[in-house]
Design a protein around this ligand. Structure first.
Ligand code: HEC
Length: 445
């Protein structure tokens, strides 16, 4: 089937070429066309190495490897579809509004999307094998990504989930057990990474979130909902705190796992490991990063059958703050979520819009150092959430049901997880001045 259709597409492309050639000087047109048509070896393989192989290689999460021409060619049609409507790589940030510079951006540029689409439209040609870039080296072992950076063999603390056996054929499963941190004194965290324990485990581990439960005064967290400490999904290296910021771990703390396993066609047993790197004892970062639940709605939701619902929530910042990252949290009917800042002056700014929410990809969007929003005391964070309870939403299990707020996947939620660094007004001014200085140098370049 696929081959037939692709062959057909190729004929069409040749037809179009013949037509344009007839209108131009033939030799010149042919030369221009050959230069323009993307080939796998010259134009596409470098993009796949950079943006796809993290997941699309043997022993990783995606269903097929895209490392060689022979592996990629049979998927050409599907690649065009998924890349063309920006479902792959998974990155749901709207590109037309809000901040566009992230530390963990895995999306394709417009030019890359265009090149891939044109490559498929041209019949997905291989090109000259000599153009093929050297294979990208992927670690085959299970090394820790940050250990060497800190001159260590291993993280300072390794927290493990429990053995979980995923059958060869199964619906998706979430492992939600709890592991105590075991620490006996407060420690400041400067980096965190999570990995499946085995290479095989990567095939079934879709994402893993470690939520932190600890009792302390003054930190915003909804009752009964521990705040995420670290979110991991395939392709993610880990999380490094911004310079001079850290998370604080307290004695008595516990980690609640939320590990999403998907079947891989064979039975696989896995657990997940979280490696935590501390600041040296006595070295306290200036700023504390706190994960806050910022709601569009909390505790109640009224989503009618066959309808799209919208909720808005307003949260006032009682201190000046820098917004480090944003993650939308909804369930199967989640459609979109927007984060805006309403400044004390009344001016409104869109910070981010997740316009194509996908329950399977709970991505934390981490703002780059020079654009992470600096917001004065009194700013209102506005979170708007849309739920699509119609059949247009592919992941909707039943558009004829009324849906309310709740924990189960078939219930709904509508909040954002936001990493916030609060600062005193003096520090805020210092950070603002630094930012203005960077902007100036950037403009002068
Ligand atoms: C973060 C991991 C990740 C990255 C990066 C990623 N993919 Fe995927 N991809 C997946 C997973 C997991 C699936 C299977 C689940 C699904 O369909 O969403 C998939 C599915 C696909 C499919 C559908 C296969 C089918 O069954 O028809 C295509 C096509 C695809 N990816 C292409 C790409 C391309 C091209 C890139 C790079 C430009 C890319 N992906 C980047 C994880 C990833």
């Amino acid at each position: 089937m696929m081959r037939l259709t692709d062959g057909h597409a190729r004929n069409l492309a040749v037809g179009a070429w013949a037509l344009s050639a007839a209108l131009m000087l033939p030799a010149a047109a042919a030369a221009a066309d050959a230069a323009k048509t993307p080939t796998f070896t010259r134009d596409i393989a470098p993009i796949f190495q950079e943006k796809c192989e993290a997941c699309h290689r043997p022993d990783s999460i995606a269903p097929m490897s895209l490392m060689t021409y022979a592996e990629a060619r049979p998927w050409a049609r599907s690649i065009k579809a998924r890349v063309g409507d920006r479902q792959m790589p998974p990155w749901q940030i709207d590109r037309t509004v809000g901040i566009q510079k992230f530390k963990n951006d895995r999306s394709l540029t417009d030019d890359q999307v265009e090149a891939i689409v044109r490559w498929v439209d041209a019949g997905a040609p291989q090109g000259d094998p000599k153009d093929m870039p050297a294979a990208k080296h992927w670690p085959d072992g299970q090394g820790w990504n940050f250990a060497a950076l800190f001159g260590q063999k291993e993280p300072d603390l390794i927290i493990k989930s429990y053995d979980f056996t995923m059958p060869a054929v199964s619906q998706d499963v979430w492992d939600k057990r709890i592991t105590p941190s075991g620490i006996t004194e407060p420690r400041w965290v400067r980096a965190i990474e999570i990995r499946p324990e085995t290479l095989k485990g990567r095939k079934i581990t879709h994402h893993a979130i470690a939520y932190l439960e600890q009792t302390e005064p003054g930190v915003v967290a909804a009752p009964g909902l521990p705040a995420p400490f670290m979110e991991w999904a395939v392709g993610k290296q880990g999380e490094m705190m911004r310079p001079d910021t850290g998370k604080l771990l307290l004695p008595g703390s516990k980690f609640h796992w939320d590990i999403h396993y998907s079947q891989a066609g064979e039975e696989i047993t896995n657990k997940v490991e979280m490696g935590i790197y501390f600041y040296p004892k006595g070295q306290e970062p200036k700023y504390r990063t706190a994960l806050s639940l910022v709601p569009a709605a909390l505790g109640t939701l009224d989503i009618r059958p066959n309808a799209v619902a919208v909720e808005e929530g307003f949260t006032t910042l009682r201190e000046a703050a820098r917004i480090e990252s944003f993650q939308a949290h909804m369930h199967l009917r989640g459609k979109a979520m927007m984060l805006e800042a309403i400044l004390p002056s009344g001016q409104k700014q869109v910070i981010s819009l997740v316009s194509d929410f996908n329950f399977n990809w709970m991505t934390t969007y981490v703002y780059a150092d020079d654009v992470a929003p600096l917001l004065p005391k009194g700013t209102i964070l506005k979170v708007t959430a849309w739920h699509d309870n119609t059949s247009a939403k592919k992941s909707n299990p039943d558009p004829n049901q009324w849906v309310g707020w709740g924990d189960r996947t078939v219930d709904e939620m509508a909040h954002a997880w936001i990493n916030i660094v609060y600062m005193k007004d003096d520090d805020f001014k210092i950070e603002q001045d630094k930012r203005r200085a960077t902007e100036k140098t950037t403009l002068q370049q």
